[in-house]
Design a binder for this molecule. Structure first.
Ligand SMILES: Nc1ncnc2c1ncn2[C@@H]1O[C@H](COP(=O)(O)OP(=O)(O)OP(=O)(O)O)[C@@H](O)[C@H]1O
Length: 263
């Protein structure tokens, strides 16, 4: 059965149509990379999957059931920046989710529960290459290390779906390459289904098993918010016709000019 199914999904903010008529099925284990013009609704789409925003029309299903209307352990997310808390060490950041779960009010656990949380967090930090940085605070970590920490924090509750919103956008190319290796390893080891936004279509083709282009097929320059974005290309990676890439760049470029001229 599909892990995620979208049936005629729409998201509107008042008069502004952000997403319209999304229809797709995603199987468990797919790695979907998402590209598209800035402002066309990619982050909004991840928020629908996370559960912090609700669709205004249509259905979004997880395992054939309505997706829960708030975030839960089945989905983890990493943003480009600010995913971790600056006043907590790496270890405390990764333990936080479990601490809050065991004691919602104090956010602290005790005894055996705490020992288990600590053990799991140390293992997770080790698996993202931060075994030597467990007592460091985020400001003492490089950009790449902070994103490793954000990944550890997102993965500690063993989500089935990992949502990545341009997680490597602010990193240097060399560090990005290391992060690509890490994310592919975690995806395979933990059998994740991944949705990842990137501005870099090459990165999208390299990492994904499937690439989606979000774009506005109907676009009125006088009223850019009148119509929403849709998935205009749904490409199995490795099966891209010659010319497709330049078509995508041309269309996304046109949408980007209209949306960002009016922003
Ligand atoms: N909570 C909100 N209330 C009203 N409008 C919103 C809200 N969140 C997003 N929008 C609008 O929805 C549109 C899509 O925003 P979104 O952040 O999803 O785009 P994006 O494709 O992720 O952009 P970028 O690539 O620049 O991050 C924008 O016009 C934005 O202003």
């Amino acid at each position: 059965m599909a892990i995620i199914e979208m049936k005629n999904l729409w998201k509107e903010y008042g008069e502004q149509v952000v997403l319209e008529r999304l229809n797709a099925t995603v199987e468990e284990g797919e790695f979907v990379t998402i590209v598209g013009a800035s402002g066309c609704g990619k982050t909004t789409f991840l928020k629908l999957l996370l559960g912090t925003e609700q669709a205004t029309r249509g259905e979004l299903l997880l395992d054939g059931q309505r997706l829960p209307a708030e975030p839960d352990e089945s989905r983890g997310i990493v943003f480009q920046r600010y995913s971790v808390l600056n006043h907590l060490t790496s270890l405390e950041n990764v333990m936080l989710g479990g601490e809050l779960q065991s004691n919602r009010w104090l956010g602290i656990s005790f005894g055996k529960t705490r020992r288990q949380l600590r053990k799991d967090a140390l293992k997770m930090l080790e698996s993202v290459g931060l075994g030597q940085a467990v007592d460091k605070y985020p400001h003492e970590l490089s950009g790449g290390m902070q994103q490793r920490l954000a990944l550890a924090q997102a993965l500690i509750k063993k989500p089935r779906i990992l949502l990545l919103d341009e997680p490597f956008g602010a990193l240097d190319p060399g560090i990005r390459a290391d992060m690509h290796t890490l994310v592919l390893t975690l995806w395979k080891e933990q059998k994740l289904t991944v949705f990842m936004i990137t501005h870099d279509i090459t990165e999208g083709f390299y990492l994904g098993t499937r690439l989606w282009v979000f774009d506005k097929p109907r676009l009125d320059p006088q009223a850019p918010d009148a119509y929403g974005a849709r998935v205009t290309y749904d490409l199995p990676v490795g099966d891209c016709q010659s010319g497709t890439l330049s078509d995508i760049n041309q269309n996304v470029g046109r949408t980007s000019r209209v949306l960002n001229d009016t922003l």
